[in-house]
Design a binder for this molecule. Structure first.
Ligand code: UD1
Ligand code: MG
Length: 452
């Protein structure tokens, strides 16, 4: 049995933000959610989140994680003080407690599992993750004896110049035997530069404390300011993109591409520069995306091409070509082998198969059949100023250039709308509709210019 506690009460002053630090995002997820994700493999029986600064905002952000226990740290008097708040809720819990800093988001689940296994194998009082950093500035320094037993941790700001030379740092990730930790927690003092109660002071009080160096330094990147936030986001991107390239995805100029770790890509997808894939997005084999595209929460079938376009909350079936400059604004469902061209916007619209909307159109709240050709500049006038209305267009119909379809409107199958028509009444199958003023020509008429 293991319990997990996440330190998330601090404001994160160095972020210079109104938002609590652990609610800042990298790769589409908050820092605290990433920390929660990193301890999934050890299947904790209890998950406690220590909240304080804007605690309500944190609770609200974490509502999808139903079984979390929030522990209030009303005043943020240091990481040791934060863990002291667990004395009541954890009480006589008899097993191990994993303590994770809420601002260390890139830990791999296997690293946490290994830390816990080492801790148990050696029957330690505490086991902590450490690393040798070329630039250890800002981190607590870890002092060990020759057997790798931790003697003490001294915060950067409390170090003497000689102590600061030590490059072994504390990653802020710990495993404790809870009863042993609980026994020493009340003895912490705030006799240090920040006048805070440091959790790190318990290591001098516990018997068997072991430090374990982490293999990949990227994992323990802590975030205290916006620069570190950007560094962590880049490290995460490298990790995600390496994974997809190893899985058979071509990324052209990967540095200019961003991919959330919630995205799924099939082999033989090609992603061109300046393309961003976000949220719950799935892209099937043979798709060619970009350059210059943004796709979020969308599903693309096989061999879809997307060029300089934005697709949100939508589904696109196989063989369809999108762009350049198309906008699937939300809840668009596009069938197979369709063509969505330049300056076309779709919203809450379904298209059947082999339907083309090639130029300069807006289709909103529309259901369009198969093999329909929507002429350049066709607009569904779906909004009467109060309510939105539906437009239905049957299979094989064609709208002429610059048609306005005033909803609610139903056009049957095989309907042809003449260019420039404003259609306000339903039309049955197989009809030609001309709804525009007849052209007037006056022969022999010429404007006489005024006398100079
Ligand atoms: C801490 C460690 C340091 C380590 C570093 C790794 C201490 C004293 N120092 O320093 O040795 O190298 O992490 O990243 O622990 N928090 C609370 N309540 C508080 C104060 C902080 O919940 O009263 C939370 C913060 O929200 C944050 C975490 O604890 O998630 C760490 O706090 P932070 O101020 O960032 O500590 P560091 O200075 O980074
Ligand atoms: Mg920190």
């Amino acid at each position: 049995m293991v319990a997990v506690a996440i330190l998330a009460a601090g404001r994160g002053t160095r972020m210079k933000s109104d938002l609590p630090k652990v609610l800042h995002c990298i790769g589409g997820k908050t820092l605290v959610e990433r920390v929660l994700g990193s301890c999934e493999t050890v299947s904790p029986t209890r998950r406690l989140v220590i909240v304080g600064y804007q605690g309500d905002r944190l609770r609200a952000a974490l509502t999808p994680y139903g079984d979390l226990e929030f522990v209030e740290q009303a005043q943020q008097l240091g990481t040791g003080h934060a863990i002291q708040q667990l004395l009541t809720p954890l009480g006589d819990f008899a097993d191990d407690l994993l303590v994770l800093n809420g601002d260390v988001p890139l830990l791999r689940p296997e690293t946490i599992a290994d830390l816990l296994a080492t801790h148990r194998r050696h029957d330690n009082s505490a086991t902590l993750l450490t690393a040798q950093l070329a630039d250890p500035k800002g981190y607590g320094r870890v002092f060990c004896d020759l057997d790798n037993r931790v003697e003490k941790i001294i915060e950067d700001r409390d170090c003497t110049p000689a102590q600061r030379e030590n490059t072994r740092i504390n990653a802020g990730i710990y495993c404790f035997n809870w009863p042993q930790l609980a026994a020493v927690l009340p003895q912490l003092s705030n006799d240090n530069d920040q006048q805070e109660y440091y959790l790190t002071d318990v290591f001098g009080m516990l018997d068997r404390v072991m430090a374990v160096d982490v293999g990949d330094l990227a994992e323990i990147t802590g975030i205290n300011d916006r620069r570190q936030l950007a560094i962590a986001a880049d490290l995460l991107q490298t990790r995600i993109k390496d994974h997809w390239m190893r899985s058979g995805v071509t990324l052209i100029n990967p540095d200019s591409i961003t991919i959330d770790d919630t995205v799924t890509l099939a082999p033989d997808v090609i992603i061109e520069p300046q393309t961003h894939l976000r949220g719950n997005t799935t892209i099937a084999t043979g798709c060619h995306i970009g350059p210059g595209s943004l796709i979020e929460n969308s599903t693309l079938g096989e061999n879809v091409t997307v060029l300089y376009s934005v697709i949100s909350d939508s589904t696109v079936a196989a063989q369809t070509r999108i762009g350049p400059y198309a906008h699937l604004r939300g809840h668009a469902t596009v069938g197979e082998a369709c063509r969505i061209g330049n300056f076309v916007e779709l919203k809450k619209t379904q298209l059947g198969t082999k339907t083309n909307v090639s130029h300069l159109s807006y289709l909103g709240d529309a259901t369009v059949g198969d093999r329909v050709n929507i002429g350049a500049g066709t607009i569904t006038a779906n909004y009467d100023g109060v309510n939105k209305h539906q437009t239905i267009i049957g299979n094989g119909s064609k709208t002429g250039s610059n048609s306005v379809l005033v909803a609610p409107l139903t056009l049957g199958e095989g309907v042809t709308i003449a260019a420039g028509s404003t259609v306000t009444e339903n039309v049955g199958d197989d009809a030609l509709v001309i709804a525009r003023a007849r052209q007037v020509v006056k022969p022999g008429w010429r404007l006489t210019p005024p006398e100079a």
